[in-house]
Ligand binder design. Structure first.
Ligand SMILES: NC(=O)c1ccc[n+]([C@@H]2O[C@H](COP(=O)([O-])OP(=O)(O)OC[C@H]3O[C@@H](n4cnc5c(N)ncnc54)[C@H](OP(=O)(O)O)[C@@H]3O)[C@@H](O)[C@H]2O)c1
Length: 290
């Protein structure tokens, strides 16, 4: 059962590129009142051009998900102007590639600060507006990495895994207030996450690292995979629109066929078999020293 979406007020984090930018432009073209936030307003032109191309309007606001003051300021302004938001899309996030021993503690903390605590910071400020109206949807952009771990992705896996547990728990807590908490778990899409916004562990490219030959191999494999990935990024905004419209959406939502396949395999295979599949996929062709 689908509802009308025109006029809905949607707040999105991380709209300077990727899913956030496309979702803001997509929903604006559908007649939503989109509050598109980003931590660096100097990057807003890409979004504004996309909105101009598709039609509609967005209001761009500064919001760094790790900066509680900026969040409070922005949400207070939104509350004063609109009184409420219909949906919050917690999209802002970073990726990072690195074996645990190549990563510094601060790098892992930064990942958690953005991908996990960042979601909590924004959600905490938005819930009261939704609670008073007894309605609202909180859509958290997780990843297949939120249910399936792989080598060199440990800190990202941990951040999204934590996000999934938090979302599941919050869903129970907010149901009595008419607020729905939902997850989107995309597989790989070619976005800035793998280019301008890519992060590598401090010792990723250090030839002294015991992981060096393998990390170089994995980096090359991943980039080949991403370059070869022609999935339409628009699948994510379309799914978000569907979830905002839906009366009773599912908790977990996977936009792409690879993600769906991985989810089913994870569910049905014994872990020994599943982990063999992951190991084979990641290390295929790599010659381990005997
Ligand atoms: N692409 C994929 O394959 C994939 C798959 C599954 C899940 N995801 C998830 O999708 C979400 C969006 O990623 P994307 O692929 O669209 O990558 P992206 O193009 O790199 O976009 C990430 C966005 O998050 C913003 N951001 C980072 N740190 C922030 C902070 N502290 N405060 C506010 N905004 C911040 C970035 O802003 P700046 O431009 O200022 O850095 C950027 O706007 C992330 O949560 C990611 O984990 C991506």
């Amino acid at each position: 059962m689908q509802n009308s979406i025109e006029g809905r007020i949607v707040l999105i984090t991380g709209c300077s590129s990727g899913f956030g930018l496309q979702t803001a432009a997509h929903l604006a073209s559908r007649g939503c009142k989109v509050i598109a936030t980003m931590r660096n307003l100097e990057k807003q032109n890409a979004l504004l051009s996309e909105v101009q191309r598709r039609g509609g309007e967005v209001e761009v606001c500064r919001l760094d998900v790790t900066d509680k003051n900026s969040i409070k300021e922005t949400i207070t302004e939104i509350a004063a102007k609109y009184g409420y938001v219909d949906a919050l899309v917690n999209n802002a996030g970073i990726g990072s590639l690195g074996f645990f021993e190549d990563l510094a503690d601060e790098e892992i903390r930064q990942m958690m600060d953005i991908n996990f605590f960042g979601v909590q910071n924004v959600t905490r400020q938005v819930i009261p507006m939704m609670r008073h109206r007894k309605q609202g949807k909180i859509i958290n952009i997780s990843s297949v990495s939120g249910f399936s771990a792989s080598p060199a992705f440990g800190s990202y896996n941990a951040s999204k895994w934590a996000l999934e547990a938090f979302s599941e728990s919050l869903r129970y807590e907010l149901r009595m207030f008419g607020i729905d908490v939902l997850l989107i778990e995309p597989g790989v899409y070619r976005t800035n996450l793998f280019y301008e916004n890519s992060h590598f562990a401090r010792h990723y490219d250090n030839p002294e690292s015991p992981y060096y030959p393998l990390s170089q191999y994995i980096k090359k494999r991943i980039m080949e995979y991403v370059e070869d990935c022609h999935k339409d990024i628009e699948e994510v905004p379309v799914l978000i629109e569907k979830l905002i419209r839906a009366k009773n959406p599912s908790f977990r939502n996977i936009p792409d066929i690879e993600g769906k396949t991985l989810y089913v395999l994870r569910k049905i295979l014994p872990f020994s078999v599943y982990s063999w599949v992951v190991r084979t996929a990641v290390f295929r062709g790599y010659k381990f020293e005997k």
